[in-house]
Design a protein around this ligand. Sequence first.
Ligand SMILES: [Mn+2]
Length: 312
Amino acid sequence: MSEILNKIDKAKHIVVISHINPDADSIGGASAMYSFLLQNHKKVSWFCKTQYIEKKLSFIPWFEKIKTSFPSSADLAISLDCADKKRLGIEIECELINIDHHESNDNYGDVNLIQTNFISTTQVVYEFFKANSVKINKKMATALYAGLLEDSDMFLSQNVDGTTFALAKELIENGADFQLCNKNIAKSISLAALRLKAIMLKNIFLECDARVAIFCVSDEDMKSSGALENDCKAALEEALYLPYVEVSLLLKQNSDFTIKGSLRSNSDVNVCKIAMQLGGGGHKNRAGFNIESFVLLHDAKKRVLNLIKKEI
Ligand SMILES: [Mn+2]
């Protein structure tokens, strides 16, 4: 950890990085780090490759500072919640600090702060601040809470325990506006996302005696609803509420006919293992992968279902 502080101390221009199609954890972690660097009078920028980020995350402090271009004068980058290099969306030429909590993180940074037993990257950032007696202001606390709320699936996921609630309490004591986080993260959906959800629920497949739920979303479905990639997650996660469903799979066709896959599980089935066989990764209960070659949704479904069958 002192290595991280040393690098920050020496750097002249630091860029915080949120991953492609960022969620509240990656945005929240980067936001808190952005605040910390400002406190330390650092020149700081915020990079995210994705141009259209979900509007519901725009309440997170410094969101308006996010840029899709990487500043050439940067001499240090800090990635938040990026499980692998590809998620950065850019080749980093300067030094890189990798802060994350994904099981599949391969330590691609020059310095790596990875806590796979932590529920969110914002927990990793919080513990880093605490260990270094960093004063956590309201902006930081709200950003950190946002990541905790989303990655714990609104405090409902299997890996939630007393530590999670203790962390929530500490963040609230530090001024986290948890009501604002609830309103924007837990209780907010765009019309486009709602329309996409309707399409997805109409077309759900159940396989393996209803233990596996599958969604195939075509590029046409995305375009007709106007939804963003992250909008697919709601139906994907809700399918786990069905009585027998243990694994939920989403295959989303991209406009270039490659496929983005997402997996969720609510049992001992390790979906990270399945995703890794397809070149992806993530957590035991939440993982993702990409199929880069041209493939029909129907064929991709067969291929991934075969891998799931071996795990359940
Ligand atoms: Mn995360």
